[in-house]
Design a protein around this ligand. Structure first.
Ligand code: NAG
Ligand code: NAG
Ligand code: NAG
Ligand code: NAG
Ligand code: FE2
Length: 460
């Protein structure tokens, strides 16, 4: 550690001397209140079961194909099976079209889920508002969403970026602030409910979480990444199928993305090609994920149509927090060269419960004998953002390594979320919003320049 630290200091000095990038990174001294984060109680307003016999609850949507001409609607009924039908249309009082879904349920130790319905609406038009209703036969509830614009190089879009949300009072303020900022879809970097922090992984906390976020995710698609809190692998409880609650509850459009598992896939939203990777599924050479990613990056990305190449994962590759230090390292070693070759614009991760943004750096020269282990500035490399600061029950990760490594541009131990506003093929505005004890505040922001269309321009 000491040797590494000394090398980083020497290296930081060299970078400053070379002046190829902005000055020393910022470790923000801002500190949120330090009371423990606690989950909202089971009788909290946000967890209320909607009124009416067998009323659909936990309604959520995600893309049903790669670009949003299909949308998958999911919900739970608790009293009896009920209907898996969705009626939908362009006008709230004329839901002329009908789609028939299916249902599933699962057991986890001594918990039995409600009836979980999934129904994919197809043949939607891009950039159009739809209304949809579920719960036929008993209590009907109506919602709406707007499909993303057709993929195209200058199609603007505003993403919300959230990770490690959980269901504490802080999680609620993160969601409130995101709603105030008004994004069109959420890229979610994994760790949803934190139900596994409870005895027996109390799966009722999967239900409360889904009721909590319904107010956003019933109206706009959230794109799901798997985190370690989705594993729910607990041999002591006889639960040996990883991701059991997650896979029953949260479908992903992986087949449309030529993937063979729901945990790694891609979507093309407006001018962005979003690749979702799975930190907790095999990614070594020759594995299904490795083969899929190779084909994805070399054959299926077209920057002329979707200039913005964004990669999501749970465990960060560049993380200067002592919390979860180096956990993403094996995946970085496996895939970083590919991401640099592909000129990825932005890599988003969660897992570490604080915020950090990197400069464009890479560490691809290293091999086991040459000793070149220090990350170096690289204009073709992505910006890495760690945004596992959604506000979950495990609290804030406020122990950053010192000195701040040269690759780290800004880091702060506060809860919050970010937005990414893609303006056109060359420019996107990234802003991190700290929860700031109640009022949202922009604490870090940067204009990103596209790595395909403006490969040598600095971010500002
Ligand atoms: C969560 O936030 C919403 C929106 O501001 C608010 O109405 C609700 O009372 C909050 N719930 C809790 C338990 O803090
Ligand atoms: C499951 O088992 C726990 C521990 O024995 C118990 O407290 C809980 O009530 C049980 N739940 C159900 C639904 O049986
Ligand atoms: C911060 O992390 C370092 C390295 O893991 C550890 O030695 C130190 O005790 C930690 N400090 C606190 C206050 O937890
Ligand atoms: C792209 O958007 C940026 C930021 O709004 C703007 O400065 C730039 O002129 C735009 N480029 C084109 C070609 O419109
Ligand atoms: Fe995590």
């Amino acid at each position: 550690m000491a040797g590494m630290g000394a090398r980083l200091v020497a290296f930081a000095a060299a970078v400053l001397a070379a002046a190829t990038c902005a000055g020393a990174g910022v470790t923000s001294e801002y500190r949120r209140k330090l009371e423990a984060t606690v989950d909202m109680p089971l009788d909290a307003d946000v967890f209320r079961v909607p009124p009416g016999y067998n009323a659909p609850q936990q309604v959520h949507i995600t893309l049903g194909d790669q670009t949003g001409t299909a949308m998958t609607v999911s919900w739970v009924t608790a009293d009896e099976l009920g209907s898996s039908t969705v009626k939908y249309g362009r006008s709230p009082d004329k839901l002329k079209r009908t789609a028939e879904g299916s249902h599933t349920l699962y057991e986890y130790f001594n918990y039995t889920s409600g009836f979980i319905h999934h129904c994919t609406l197809t043949n939607l038009q891009h950039g159009s508002k739809y209304y949809y209703a579920v719960g036929f036969g008993h209590t009907v509830r109506t919602f709406s969403f707007t499909t993303p614009p057709k993929p195209g190089p200058d199609a603007p879009f505003k993403f919300g970026l959230i990770g490690d949300l959980g269901q504490t009072f802080d999680s609620n303020s993160t969601l409130v602030h995101y709603e105030e900022n008004g994004g069109d879809a959420v890229l979610f970097m994994g760790d949803l409910s934190y139900a596994d922090n409870y005895p027996l992984h109390d799966n009722n906390r999967w239900d409360t979480w889904a009721r909590f976020v319904e107010r956003s995710v019933a109206y706009q698609p959230w794109i799901w990444t798997t985190g370690n809190h989705e594993l729910d692998f607990e041999p002591d409880l006889g639960e040996t199928t990883p991701f059991k609650p997650f896979t029953h509850r949260y479908p992903t459009p992986f087949r449309a993305a030529a993937s063979t598992e729901p945990f790694w896939y891609s979507v093309k939203i407006a001018s962005a090609h979003v690749v979702v990777l799975a930190s907790y599924s095999a990614y070594g050479k020759y594995t299904p994920q490795w083969r899929w990613l190779q084909d994805e990056l070399t054959k299926r990305v077209d920057r002329k149509v979707t200039p913005w190449l964004i990669v999501l994962m749970h465990s960060p590759w560049y993380n200067s927090n002592n919390y979860h230090y180096m956990e993403g390292e094996t995946m970085r070693v496996q895939f970083e060269q590919w991401l640099v070759d592909a000129k990825v614009d932005l890599v988003l991760a969660g897992h570490v419960h604080s915020y950090e943004r990197s400069r464009r750096f890479s560490n691809i020269d290293y091999n086991i004998v040459n000793g070149k282990a220090t990350p170096r500035p690289n204009e073709h490399a992505p910006v890495y953002v760690t945004i596992g600061d959604g506000g979950n029950i495990e609290g804030i990760a406020n122990n950053f390594s010192s000195p701040q490594p040269a690759y780290s541009a800004f880091r702060e131990a506060s809860f919050g979320h970010a937005t990414l506003e893609i303006k056109n093929r060359t420019h996107a505005y990234f802003a991190w919003h700290r929860n700031h004890d109640g009022a949202k505040a922009v604490a870090d922001a940067v204009w990103l320049t596209n790595r395909y269309w403006m490969p040598t321009a600095d971010d500002a």
